[in-house]
Design a protein around this ligand. Sequence first.
Ligand code: SF4
Length: 466
Amino acid sequence: MPATKILNWSCKLKGVMDVPEPVLWDTVLEERKASIITKGKQKKHLKCDIDSVAGCVSQRACVYCGARVVLNPVTDAIHLVHGPIGCASYTWDIRGSLSSGSELYRNSFSTDLQEQDVIFGGENKLARAIDELVAKYSAKVVFVYATCIVGVIGDDLEAVCKAAAKKHNIEVIPVQSSGFAGNKAAGYRAACDALLRLIQPGELSSAPRVNTINYLGDFNLAGEVWIIKNYLQQVGIEVNVAFTGDSNYKALKNATRASLNVIQCAGSMIYLAQRMKELYQIPYLNISFLGLEDTATSLRKIAAHFGDESIMARVEELIERETTKVKPVLDWYRQRLQGKKAAIYVGGGFKAISLIKQFREIGIDVVMIGTQTGRKEEYQTINDLVDEGTVILDDANPSELEKFMLEKGAHLLVGGVKERPLAYKLGIAFIDHNHDRKHPLSGFVGAVNLAKEVYSTLCSPVWQYV
Ligand code: SF4
């Protein structure tokens, strides 16, 4: 693969911040071209939902990581990674999810597979690790994650977990997430399969309750689940359990008590919602609580599903009350941010879609947008929302992100932990919309937090010294 070369670029300061002047070699690989489009220039659909091109250094996480980010917020579970220590340390406390109860999930237990285990098999070591952990912590569920090497040596996770479950009389659930066996989206599916095994209705569950929902695809980063729960409580809707932010064994076991599933992060949870519809006849709705527009629309959508006029009236009151509070603040930021350009590269499509609308609310144009695991219908919505000339790309690599950010003159990159250094190396402002952030970005309050963060990074005096 030819490396992207920046032959010459400089960052000139005019006003708040000016953009680099790049001279780039056109380095997009032939095999990648179908996964990148510029709105208005190409009519064809973007190629997505496929495995990464070999050797492309994709920004995507592996299957195991996809599974881990979905399951890790289950607070009172033992999360045991069957593999080399690196897999466990890479995802240790990964989500930044908050808990109102147990803190057990913040540990990253590992079987620490070594050369000998690779040669002779790691099943005995895994069984011993489960025994040790169960003796030390009184958990009711253990998730055992497969990693790349486990897929290679062929340890029988299913059999070891079954034997351990019988021995200890608790649930020991294998997560079939060998790192190389697909992409991050396959990990989401493996996590959903593990959750489905857990929520099989048993002695704990009872009949669905009215006006009660499960909230899927929110991982309680910086307490976001609590914000949404609070809004819903105010209008008379109960959240049975969130998947998986601040969840626990008992609440997940009782998941079939809800009469509706609402999905925030569809990329990770649509499969679970579809299976729960097939198995337990629980319908589902796609929603998003990011930004004023989507938060209001989502609240209305949930209220309309229940068809209860008092809930609908309370939703309107809440939207009016909260919008009145935050609108003047957002207007203040819009006046100062008008005309700035943002590049977005996030995990899933729902977040990308909401961010386009949120940036519009504060006067910022999106000039490049991509995701790790966006689906065809999500890219269609993205294409409908963005302006002509915006670059849309799926499963990008650092060279492509760099090339298009510079070409489009982005002032700001929104991404996660892997994108942060890229932005800083280019002298572009960065905001984290993933695991590392400490403030909530959901709901009305989240819209203000986002605007505040964008303003403080874009208008920081530090750019004078670049
Ligand atoms: S599962 Fe494989 S790709 Fe994923 S962190 Fe472990 S070694 Fe790396």
